[in-house]
Write a protein that binds this ligand. Sequence first.
Ligand SMILES: [Fe+2]
Ligand SMILES: [Fe+2]
Length: 315
Amino acid sequence: MRHIGRAIHGFLVENKRLIINKTAIDMKELSKEEMSPLSSLEVWEDDVLARYPEPGPAKTKEEFRVYDSAEDNPVREFYRLNHKYQTYDNVLAKKANFLKFDKMEMPWWSAMEYLNTLVDDSDPDTSLDQLQHLLQTAEAIRADGHPDWFVLTGFIHDLGKVLCLFGEPQWNVVGDSFPVGCKFSDKIVYPEFFAANPDNNDKRFNTKYGVYTHQCGLDNVHMSWGHDEYLYHLTKNYLPEEALYMIRYHSFYSQHRENAYDHLLNAHDKEMFKWVDKFNPYDLYSKSPVPPVVAELKPYYEDLIAKYLPATVKL
Ligand SMILES: [Fe+2]
Ligand SMILES: [Fe+2]
């Protein structure tokens, strides 16, 4: 594992300039705080969980992170940056760079271990690592008797977070996803922060439909850049369409929870979003403090990978 980490680090140092030069925003201009406003990506996920708590008895305040004031809330700062910088041009630049898949190539299981080298400042005693979250999600799906491709989807759904290891700021990796190229919905969390997004003042992009047409279908819509869209492109030739919808739109909360973009979805999207809805509770509510035993589960997941995915993944 450490060996993989060293090799990867060397690769990134060599290629950092290449990656940075292909982006619309000059990453060199960003401070450490603008790159990583959150102590860990889990802080964003906990915030989503607080926003959409599990149905049933209400949780006590102590079970959620509480901040002294709005200004102290790192999630708020995270969304300020996300909403400011997620422009149409940012998305096109990220696609031009990352959809070349020319960064590295490795077996899928090694890629999952690579994702797990994403260590952050959070308390290691209380937080689950990426692999543990993925295994818990997948095991909850498996326990409910769903098809094996659904289980595999749970297992890999956050692999796109490797973008962080390629030097991407957190707001270009996680956060609620939303369409760019048209008016930002008020149903997206912290909508007021879109005032600082240049697209908000651009006539091409700031109308209800922007560059799109009525119910044109999400396949024709550019979503904000992040781990969902990236993994969709990594898997689109290998998994059933239902799985691809779960992967691509699992952070599109303003649609799957609030129906904010019904005017862009076509009838097929609406049908397929039933699967996104089916997946979401496993992502949000399967966290348990008991970590899964990776070594015991590995053979099952290696078999699943071999059944559906090619021997290696090109990142
Ligand atoms: Fe995710
Ligand atoms: Fe997740």
